[in-house]
Design a protein around this ligand. Structure first.
Ligand code: G4P
Length: 554
């Protein structure tokens, strides 16, 4: 089907949204192509990637504080929220983890910023990878004392693979850490990205006084506030004033900045967007230092939504009729309402609450009667949304992670990445009379991507195998089966560690090998499970023609 272009729709409207009728239907004025283009160009949608404890939550709060979305830091994580605390949130709090992915939207200058939250724990990295398919840029947050840590490197590899431009923030400069130039070397050596600092710290780690803005040479001096609860005042000074004020610390900073200039480490928009360079900023999220600069950089250099590739090989322009894809499902966020939210990233057109869209997978209509923006425990109703925005669609029981939704002109976006699971467990209902609840729960957990669900005729539907990237996913599944689906379960770990893709004609021969088992995943893929790589080698030797391929992220 030919794609809409700006030219052929110039005076047209992009969404003549049919409505569901009833109280929630929206009869908003039609929105023109120009409006969609303008709104899309204002959007900056990004995620923060980091190793746990690098300060992602603190930075998120600081960004929200700066955007005046909240008045006092500390609220965004829900610590002081008054909403009903669900079992789900209980579990998150007890474990000190964040699983509920959502997006924080705020305006800054003339831009609309969408910060899409990612779970902090490595066990939920599959969720994080899915979030990364919903953003246009990422902020790589690095702890100044620790440098590039394991999870940061993993997530960096995904950004690179997907061509997501990266902005780097060196955090915790208020504490003793590595040398700034050493950190630049580390970034370059380990990621291959050329760091192009936009700011450079004045004062070593632990003696953070301010930064040189390398674009105009001015000094931005920070002032501490009580516990970082309010925006840190910034004083802008000329180089002469800075020298007088900071003495040697200023001289060192400017000398290092000149060294960087001589080595070609200045920001270049083209190489940044091509994923070859990364602008670097220094800050202290806990003190709110450097957060302002990050927001400015997001507005000035981060990309706005671009035409998105579809499965048919074309791209869907942002001004085409509405389209979006579901990158995250979330249930049980509020015990008072057993609702199910599908978080969708809008790729084109305008979203108007009440519009009836089509699910590309089923061809069935989906009425967007209720749509919300969710951040922590804060929920707000969304009436309109544009490319780059994330909306939480309520009553989304029939949607699955990866589903494309569209209006008028059909489109399907590529499937979201799935990962090679490394942990496996058989799940059984404790109370067999609750088989219906058990089945419903298993289906839902699979649809949400909480775990991958594998089956075989041998094991039967009473004992599906759950496959996970990290074992904490099992805890979530077990907890939700008991509390949400009223079907307490037992989980018995299996001794497999490696899953390889195979094809149906090899099932019998592979099943006949000692310690090997073939199961089918919900997407139809057949996975051969092995206890270790030695077994893989021996089976490969015995069945040299067998299809055994690594499962890689798409
Ligand atoms: P995460 O989401 O990436 O896991 O990290 P989080 O923001 O929870 O921060 C981890 C710890 O690092 C927290 O300390 C936080 O206060 C601290 N932190 C974050 N940014 C900075 C910074 O710029 N400078 C310094 N010095 N510390 C920072 P905590 O002791 O684990 O928790 P809390 O009691 O302070 O809340």
């Amino acid at each position: 089907m030919p794609q809409a272009t700006q030219a052929d729709q110039a005076d047209d409207t992009v969404a003549s949204a049919p409505t569901t009728g009833g109280a929630a239907s929206a009869t908003a004025p039609d929105v023109t192509v120009d409006t969609v283009l303008t709104e899309a160009s204002r959007r900056r949608s990004f995620a923060v990637i980091s190793h746990p404890d690098a300060g992602k939550s603190t930075l998120t709060e600081a960004l929200a504080l700066h955007a005046k979305a909240i008045r006092e830091a500390g609220r965004a994580d829900g610590k002081t929220g008054k909403r009903t605390v669900s079992d789900w949130m209980d579990m998150e709090q007890a474990r000190g983890i964040s699983i509920t992915s959502a997006a924080l939207q705020f305006t800054y200058r003339d831009a609309v910023i969408n910060l899409v939250d990612t779970p902090g724990h490595a066990d939920f990295s599959e969720d994080t990878y899915r979030v990364l398919s919903a953003v246009d840029a990422a902020v790589m947050l690095v702890d100044a004392a620790k440098g590039l840590e394991a999870q940061t490197m993993k997530l960096f590899a995904v950004c690179k693979h997907r061509g997501i431009p990266l902005i780097t923030v060196i955090n915790k400069w208020d504490r003793p850490g590595k040398d700034a130039l050493e950190l630049m070397d580390e970034i370059q050596e380990r990621t291959g990205l050329v760091p192009t600092p936009l700011t450079w710290p004045v004062g070593i780690g632990g003696d953070f006084r301010g930064v040189v803005d390398r674009r105009d040479g001015r000094y931005i001096r920070f002032t501490r506030t009580d516990g970082g609860k309010t925006i840190a005042p910034e004083e802008v000074m000329t180089p002469e004033e800075a020298l007088e004020r900071e003495g040697d610390a200023w001289t060192t900073a400017t000398e290092e900045s000149e060294l960087l200039e001589a080595s070609g480490a200045d920001h270049d928009q083209e190489t940044f967007l091509a994923g070859q360079t990364t602008p670097v900023l220094f800050g202290s999220a806990v003190q709110n230092f450097g957060v302002h600069a990050l927001l400015d950089v997001l507005v000035d250099v981060a990309p706005s939504p671009a035409p998105r590739p579809t499965v048919s090989g074309t791209t869907r322009p942002v001004e085409a009729p509405f389209s979006a894809f579901v990158f995250k499902m979330q249930a049980g966020m509020d015990t008072a309402h057993r609702d199910r939210l599908a978080f969708a990233r809008i790729c084109s057109g305008v979203f108007e609450r009440g519009m009836v869209v089509t699910s590309a997978r089923t061809g069935r209509p989906f009425a967007t009667k209720y749509a919300q923006q969710v951040f922590g425990r804060e929920r707000t109703i969304v009436d309109h949304a544009y490319p780059g925005d994330v909306v939480g669609l309520v009553n989304a029981a029939n949607l699955r992670v990866g589903d494309t939704l569209y209006l008028d002109k059909s489109v399907e976006y590529p499937p979201l990445p799935t990962f090679a699971p490394e942990h496996f467990a058989v799940m059984r209902a404790k109370d067999v009379s609750r088989y219906k609840q058990f089945q419903r729960g298993v289906m839902q957990l699979g649809a949400e991507g909480v775990v991958q669900v594998l089956r075989s005729d041998l094991r039967g539907d009473q004992a599906p195998v759950l496959a996970a990237v990290g074992p904490m996913q099992f805890e979530v599944a077990e907890h939700r089966m008991a509390t949400e689906f009223n079907s307490p379960v037992t989980l018995d770990r299996l001794q497999y560690e490696i899953a390889l893709r195979t094809t149906p004609e090899w099932i019998d021969q592979l099943n006949a090998q000692l310690g090997v088992e073939v199961l089918q995943r919900e997407d139809g893929e057949h996975l051969a499970l092995f206890p270790d790589r030695w077994r893989v080698t021996s089976v490969r030797n015995r069945l040299p023609d067998a299809v055994l391929e690594p499962l890689v992220a798409t």
